[in-house]
Structure formats: structure tokens, C-alpha cells
Ligand binder design. Structure first.
Ligand code: LAG
Ligand code: CA
Length: 488
């Protein structure tokens, strides 16, 4: 684990995708602070292109990935609301991270013949002449448009992603613009950034920009250097090494077998365990991603859909939280009609409040087992080693696994459709434990409690260190909507 500068033993980040600032402020106070989340990742905040409709829906979510000014002005709120949110989250010991989009600006197609485009705050830009006054960029600050060849690193960094106008980060002027935006946020108390499309920028340029940043200071107290979480999507490790001296990187590679095991019953638990031992995971700062707006929509890797709520994503989240030694980053979103659908909104296109987890907001992070497993990670295991790994006691499908985290925790997963029944031997002290997947220990009741006062499952470790486990299988075919099961 790398030093994140998060408060005390807090480590888990939750991505509240497209939550308005006012709602995040409340969530920090009422849920994230008390439940010991370490940080919240906020979706892009810089003024973006206003897209009336696309793919049959109004206001597609992805308009936020097309910036045209540095003003903090999106449907999530304005600069004042942002500042207040950061202040309240910091007071509640929840660090704020911002998804920063600076590989590109609004794409060419949106300007039509005249090239004129307008942002959600009324700022204009011209995609034809490449004048983006709100960003302080002119044609000279962009790469020449070209078709990206994904087999060529130079092309991946220089050429055009979708048709988004590609910024030239080698220029001092550009570095200055980006750094001053990030520094302004650091002044507000922001502690780090997700670097969108990091793979599409040169590591040396990113290092220069990182070097221009101020020191982070939270609640007026100097904290660790700013954290960068780089989005480097990498199937075979051909890019990740390039960025290891720039910042932390999201782990996409090991998410793949994890997704395959839980989603389809393919790959195997031992592939997951081997993956985590690749040298690059030991030498680099890693953020263990469980999902993001892209993976949820199936963009990568053979993703999910709304009806995927039958426990698959929850299984993945729980597995990563129980297994990882890195910094976990879970995702909380909303249900959607098609993959373009933006966040739930009212008739005036204002984003509705997610605070009651209604209207389509799915509030995965409030699902009680998530909160207990966040505690399992935060309060107990953290970077304790994964030991006593077993995944092949059964009939060879290897969709079930058990492991201990040092002498601090024991976890069993069943991603198979059939029931798991097995007796394990573990090095934890004998006694009766609460199963944190179903409840938590309540000192007040001196018992294990689930939701609504129900006594939750207990697990006994006998004096010879054995523990009998019986776990039902996953129902891959059933389709329960998440909204029916989240805490309201
Ligand atoms: C990312 N990481 O590198 C984000 O995680 C991902 O969500 C972003 O794509 C992408 N990079 C650019 O920041 C999203 C949508 C795209 C969307 C893009 C820009 O997944 O579908 O493209 O944001 O808004 C859209 C249209 C395309 C069109 C493009 C440019 O969907 O059809 O070509 O805009 O006009
Ligand atoms: Ca680029």
C-alpha cells in the first residue's frame, strides 16, 4: 500500500458518479464520514459541451468528458457549491478527488459547419478554427488530427481519441493552464485527481505538470503530496510501466479475470491470485478499481448492464475489498435505459437528488454488506498478506476461493452456482466471529447484527483451528434490480 495521506486508517474511495456537489456534501457528513470511507471521487467538474440528445436520450452522461472551459460549472453545481462540498468532506475526514479531463477538448463533429459549440455555462468555442477561449487554447496548442492506431504508442498519444481535439502537453503554455486549474482545486482542499485518458498523454509531460502542483493541504494542515490515479487501460502490461514514476495507476488487468469469474463463471480464482503477483503490481502504486462508468456500460471488459444487479458487481466489489492490499475504489451510480443515458434528472434537466436512493440512483455504496466489508478492509486487513489461499478443493471449476489476511481475517467466496461446503483450517484465534458479509458486531447487543435488528451469521473457529463453511451459490440467471435491495 502506498501512503495516500488519507485520514488515519481510512483507505476506501467511492466514486459517486454524477452526484451533485450538494448531495456529496451531505453524503460526506451522514454516510461516508461515519462509515469510514477515505475519499470520494467526483466526476468531471469543468464546464463541458452541452449535448441536447444522442442515442435517443437527452443529455447523455458523456458530455462531461468534453471540456471547453476551466470554469467549475456543470449540472452538478457551481464553484461555490464545490468549495463548500470540499470543506465539509474534509471536516468529515473524507478526502476529495476530482476526475480531471485534459487530454482533449470538445470534439470536431459537434460544431457542424460553423464550428461553434456552447457549454453548459454558456461559454463558446470553435471546433473548426480550434479556438477554445475558455481553456486558453488556440489551434497551435493542439496536435494535428489523425486516426489513432492502437498498436502504436506514439499514435495513441498524439492522435485523436474518438474525434476529441487532442491537446499538445509538451508546450509550457498548456502545462501552465492545466497546472493552474489543478492548483486552484488544491487551494480549495482537493487532495488528488483521476487522470482521464492518461495513456493518451506522454508520461514525461504528465510528470512536468505534476511537478508544477502545490502541496496538498487539508483542513489547513499540510498533507502528503497530491495523489494522481492514472487511467491507463492496459491488457498486457505494455503501458503501465511507462507511468510508474508519474503516479498511482488503476488496475484494469486483474479486474479482467475477476470480472470473468464473477460474471460468467469463466477464467478461475487462481488466475486472479496469480495476476496480483505480477512484478508490476509489487513495484507500482496501484488503485484496485472495482468498476467505473465505462466498465459498467460494457465498454471494457465484457462489462455489465443494468439488469446485472443479480449480485455480480456486488461479488466483485466484495472480493476486491477482501482481497486487495492496494487502495480500493468502488463505484456508485444509477440505472439507465441505454448506455448513453445521463444521470436521473427532472423536466428542466436538473440532476435529481440521489440522497434517497430513488429515481434510479442505485447507491451501491450504501448497500449494507458493502459497508461491512469496507470495515473488514479498513479496520482489520489493509495490507496484511493474503495467505492460506485455496481454490481447488472442489471439482476443478475453481470458481470458489478462500484465503486469510495475515491472522486478522478470513474470507470465502463462491462464484459458482452450486453450494460451497468445506472445512478449512485457519490461523486465527479460536472463537466465535461475526460474518461481515451479513452483519457486524454490535457491542450494545453483544451480538452480531444485520440490518433491521436481525442477528447475523456467526462463524466459529474451533480450538483446532478448523472452521466449517456453507455458502449458497450465485444465481447468474436471476435478475433482481439493485434498487429493490439497497438500503433506503
Ligand atoms: C475516458 N478515459 O480515458 C473516459 O473514461 C471515457 O468515459 C471517455 O469517453 C473517454 N476517455 C474520453 O474522455 C466518454 C464516452 C464516449 C464519448 C466521450 C466524449 O465513453 O462515448 O464520446 O466520453 O464525450 C462521444 C460519442 C462518440 C463521439 C465523441 C466525440 O459517444 O461517438 O465520437 O463523443 O465527439
Ligand atoms: Ca493525446
Amino acid at each position: 500500500q502506498f501512503d495516500t495521506g488519507m485520514s488515519e486508517d481510512r483507505r476506501v474511495i467511492v466514486h459517486l458518479f454524477e452526484w451533485p456537489f450538494d448531495a456529496i456534501k451531505e453524503e460526506c457528513k451522514n454516510v461516508l464520514g461515519p462509515q469510514k470511507f477515505g475519499g470520494v471521487l467526483v466526476a468531471p467538474i469543468a464546464e463541458n459541451l452541452l449535448v441536447q440528445s444522442s442515442g435517443g436520450v437527452r443529455r447523455p452522461w458523456w458530455e462531461i468528458y468534453q471540456p471547453l472551459s476551466w470554469n467549475i460549472q456543470t449540472r452538478k453545481g457551481n464553484e461555490q457549491q464545490f468549495k463548500e462540498m470540499v470543506e465539509v468532506c474534509n471536516k468529515n475526514n473524507v478526502r476529495v478527488y476530482v476526475d480531471a479531463v485534459f487530454n482533449h477538448a470538445v470534439g470536431r463533429v459537434w460544431g457542424g459547419d460553423s464550428g461553434d459549440v456552447v457549454g453548459v455555462g454558456g461559454t463558446h468555442a470553435n471546433t473548426k478554427t480550434e479556438d477554445y477561449p475558455g481553456l486558453g487554447y488556440t489551434e497551435a496548442n493542439f496536435h494535428k488530427p489523425c486516426q489513432m492506431n492502437f498498436n502504436d504508442k506514439t499514435s495513441v498519444r498524439y492522435c485523436t481519441l474518438y474525434d476529441l481535439t487532442d491537446v499538445d502537453h509538451n508546450q509550457g503554455h498548456v502545462q501552465q493552464k492545466i497546472a493552474s486549474f489543478l492548483n486552484k482545486l488544491i487551494d480549495f482542499g482537493v487532495a488528488g485527481f483521476r487522470i482521464d485518458a492518461a495513456k493518451h498523454m506522454w508520461p514525461e509531460d504528465l510528470r512536468k505538470i505534476y511537478g508544477m502542483l502545490k502541496n496538498v493541504s487539508v483542513n489547513g494542515v499540510p498533507s502528503k503530496g497530491c495523489i494522481w490515479m492514472l487511467e491507463v487501460i492496459d491488457d498486457n502490461g505494455e503501458y503501465q510501466g511507462d507511468y510508474k514514476n508519474v503516479g498511482a495507476e488503476y488496475d484494469f488487468e486483474c479486474l479482467k479475470p475477476i470480472t470473468q469469474v464473477f460474471k460468467k463463471g469463466e477464467s478461475s480464482m487462481s488466475n486472479i491470485n496469480n495476476c496480483a503477483k505480477y512484478p508490476r503490481y509489487l513495484s507500482q502504486k496501484v488503485v484496485a478499481l472495482t468498476a467505473n462508468q465505462d466498465t459498467q456500460r460494457g465498454t471494457w471488459p465484457n462489462g455489465f448492464s443494468n439488469s446485472d444487479s443479480n449480485g455480480i458487481q456486488r461479488g466483485i466489489d466484495a472480493f476486491i475489498l477482501a482481497y486487495t492490499k492496494e487502495i480500493p475504489n468502488i463505484y456508485s451510480g444509477y440505472s439507465y435505459k441505454n448506455t448513453n443515458s445521463g444521470p436521473p434528472m427532472d423536466d428542466s434537466e436538473k440532476i435529481t437528488s440521489p440522497l434517497n436512493c430513488t429515481n434510479g440512483w442505485t447507491c451501491e455504496h450504501r448497500f449494507p454488506p458493502h459497508q461491512w466489508i469496507v470495515k473488514f478492509f479498513t479496520n482489520y486487513v489493509q495490507d496484511a498478506p493474503v495467505e492460506n489461499w485455496q481454490s481447488n478443493w472442489d471439482d476443478g471449476t475453481e470458481l470458489q476461493a478462500a484465503f486469510t489476511r495475515g491472522k486478522k481475517g478470513f474470507a470465502v467466496f463462491n462464484a459458482d452456482t452450486k453450494t460451497l461446503k468445506h472445512t478449512f483450517k485457519v490461523p486465527l484465534s479460536p472463537g466465535v466471529y461475526c460474518d461481515l458479509a451479513t452483519g457486524y458486531y454490535s457491542p450494545e447487543h453483544q451480538n452480531c447484527r444485520g440490518t433491521s435488528g436481525i442477528t447475523s451469521r456467526k462463524v466459529e473457529i474451533k480450538s483446532d483451528g478448523t472452521v466449517e463453511v456453507s455458502l449458497p451459490g450465485m444465481a447468474r440467471s436471476s435478475s433482481v434490480n439493485l434498487r429493490d435491495t439497497v438500503a433506503e
